[in-house]
Design a protein around this ligand. Structure first.
Ligand SMILES: CC(=O)N[C@H]1[C@@H](OP(=O)(O)OP(=O)(O)OC[C@H]2O[C@@H](n3ccc(=O)[nH]c3=O)[C@H](O)[C@@H]2O)O[C@H](CO)[C@@H](O)[C@@H]1O[C@H](C)C(=O)N[C@@H](C)C(=O)N[C@H](CCC(=O)O)C(=O)O
Ligand SMILES: Nc1ncnc2c1ncn2[C@@H]1O[C@H](COP(=O)(O)OP(=O)(O)OP(=O)(O)O)[C@@H](O)[C@H]1O
Ligand SMILES: N[C@H](CCC[C@H](N)C(=O)O)C(=O)O
Ligand SMILES: [Mg+2]
Length: 487
């Protein structure tokens, strides 16, 4: 058991009412999860203020409270520790409670708008195939060696993150590959975490509902690199307009990769078709089963990181050629009559454009490309017209439909998307609110050889409507309907 004092080490305290000698069971920041002898941290959130739940937490058994403002009704026998910034303090407490697990594992964090899940998952698979014990923290799933742990978010909160890292350390993992979302950097979920390496994929329009401006979004990502220690490496994409900005103030050792610019890790696409990508990396050819120009960047980054960590480059390349596409990331299949169905998690304008350009590059000629595109509710609204505009520019037939409407009216979301469709494209665009009906329509219209892209939900196995998650799996539905409509 640890006392409050034991885990406060490294935080700045304004005032203590009561004592810090009390032993605690767990650190909790949601009053609904408090149990006997827990420490409750009151956080001012985006929606509500955790300070309003202090008394609820005490009723449920909390004996110590971390807060930014001392409540007016101080309860007897309860300890109140007043701090400047509860979010920051939470990360200090979590690191100390689990004995700084990030210092006992080689933790590599990958940030950027697109490509985090793909690169972290490929690295995890590569290291597993090479027989190295490893952990993964990603949007799709968390892994401790072979064991899967379900995940709700891309980057866990500070307490869950440290707990997970401690479990990886106990299981003997030498490395962990982790997605670092901009929300997580901004909310200090990765505060005080010790990274051995950091990498940047790219930055484009996303999450401007949360970060307000693109500049603010860039600065949040940059902070991750500013905070890396001198002993770490920091790898950036030299082809991205903001790639060098990321490393401007980092203390870490700087490394670059790119396809177009001068870089330490340099690749050229030798072949790109439906059987895979062939790359030449620093002069050596790499055959892979992954498809698409954007995966050339992902594979190059995977190689660069593996090269920073391991000795045997040829073995790394050999095993990389065995890697399969990541769940919901350009996952494709061909029906018996030759219709190609692709499911991809492209839910940003840049990702959608990349996927559609990739399809254009590898199509052979006269086939029709059907795209099914939606935008999530309660998320960045400014991307809606852009996603629709990209959809009609790069496909022959565009079906606008629902993604996860969440609490919004799905038809209103589609109407906002429609404002991005120019008059000249009206003829090729249709709106079908029901996602399953939309997939059905594409399948019924497709002729042998045509290509259907279902974008936006990738690996997700649900559709969230009004707070309820209904079973929904794009790939499963697409396969089932394509067979039904086989001509
Ligand atoms: C905008 C955002 O990121 N919000 C996250 C944030 O919420 P918040 O602190 O603003 O929470 P709040 O609801 O205002 O509540 C404030 C505090 O009161 C507490 N509370 C609340 C109610 C109650 O009854 N009792 C109580 O104690 C809450 O636990 C919280 O500590 O902290 C919470 C705890 O960690 C998260 O659950 C919540 O994620 C929400 C659900 C979310 O959807 N986040 C998404 C946008 C997100 O983080 N996405 C990124 C990646 C996106 C990408 O990859 O593209 C991710 O890393 O997953
Ligand atoms: N390097 C890349 N550059 C541009 N687009 C990419 C890249 N890699 C993947 N994509 C596209 O972006 C989509 C999301 O990829 P991925 O899940 O790897 O990104 P992510 O950064 O983890 O996203 P999220 O922020 O949602 O967790 C893919 O389905 C693909 O369409
Ligand atoms: N990590 C992203 C995923 C978006 C996926 C898309 N299907 C949607 O629901 O908008 C988010 O939570 O914003
Ligand atoms: Mg991800």
């Amino acid at each position: 058991m640890k006392s409050v004092r034991d885990i406060l080490y490294g935080s700045s305290i304004k005032e203590v009412v009561g004592t810090t000698a009390t032993e605690i069971n767990q650190i909790v920041f949601d009053s609904r999860e408090v149990k006997d002898n827990d420490l409750f941290v009151a956080i001012k959130g985006a929606v509500v203020d955790g300070h309003n739940f202090i008394n609820k937490a005490i009723e449920k058994g909390a004996t110590s409270i971390i807060c930014e403002e001392k409540p007016s009704d101080i309860k007897n026998g309860i300890n109140y520790i007043v701090v400047d910034d509860a979010h920051k303090t939470l990360s200090v407490l979590a690191n100390n409670f689990y004995d700084q697990p990030s210092k006992k594992i080689k933790l590599i964090g990958i940030t950027g708008t697109n490509g985090k899940t793909t690169t972290t998952t490929l690295l995890y698979s590569l290291f597993m195939k090479m027989g190295i014990p490893v952990g993964l923290i990603s949007t799709v799933v968390n892994k401790i060696n072979d064991t899967s742990i379900p995940t709700e978010r891309t980057t866990p909160d500070a307490v869950s993150l440290n707990k997970l890292l401690a479990e990886m350390v106990d299981a003997g993992c030498e490395y962990c590959f982790m997605e670092v979302s901009s929300h997580a950097i901004h909310q200090n979920r990765v505060g005080n975490i010790y990274f051995s390496g950091g990498a940047f994929t790219n930055i484009t329009h996303e999450h401007l509902d949360y970060h307000n401006t693109f500049k603010e979004y860039i600065n949040v990502k940059k902070k991750f690199f500013d905070d890396l220690p001198a002993s770490a490496f920091a790898i950036t994409n030299a082809d991205d307009k903001n790639g060098d900005v990321m490393l401007q103030n980092t203390k870490a050792r700087q490394v670059t990769y790119g396809l177009k610019s001068v870089a330490e890790y340099k690749a050229k696409v030798v072949e790109n078709n439906f059987s895979g990508l062939v790359l030449s990396i620093n002069g050596t050819e790499l055959y892979t089963q992954l498809i698409g120009d954007f995966n050339a960047y992902n594979l190059l980054l995977v190689y660069a990181i593996a090269d920073q960590l391991l000795e045997d480059q040829l073995e790394v390349m050999r095993v990389m050629s065995e890697l399969k596409s990541v769940e919901g990331r350009f996952e494709y299949f061909k029906s018996e009559t030759g219709v190609i169905g692709i499911v991809d998690y492209a839910h940003t304008p840049d990702a959608l454009e990349n996927v559609l350009k990739t399809i254009k590059n590898i199509r052979t000629g006269n086939e029709t490309v059907f795209s099914l595109v939606g935008c999530g509710g309660d998320r960045d609204r400014t991307k809606r017209p852009t996603m629709a505009a990209i959809g009609c520019e790069w496909s022959d037939k565009l079906i606008l439909t629902s993604d996860n409407p969440r609490t919004e009216d799905p038809e209103a979301i589609i109407e906002e998307m429609m404002t991005g469709v120019g008059g000249e494209h009206f003829k090729k665009t249709i709106s079908i609110t029901n996602r399953k009906e939309a997939i059905k329509t594409a399948c019924s219209m497709a002729e042998p050889g045509d290509i259907i892209l279902i974008a936006g939900k990738g690996h997700e196995t649900y559709q969230e409507i009004n707070g309820v998650k209904h079973d929904f799996d794009d790939l499963e539905i697409l396969k089932e309907l394509l067979i039904k409509f086989e001509k």
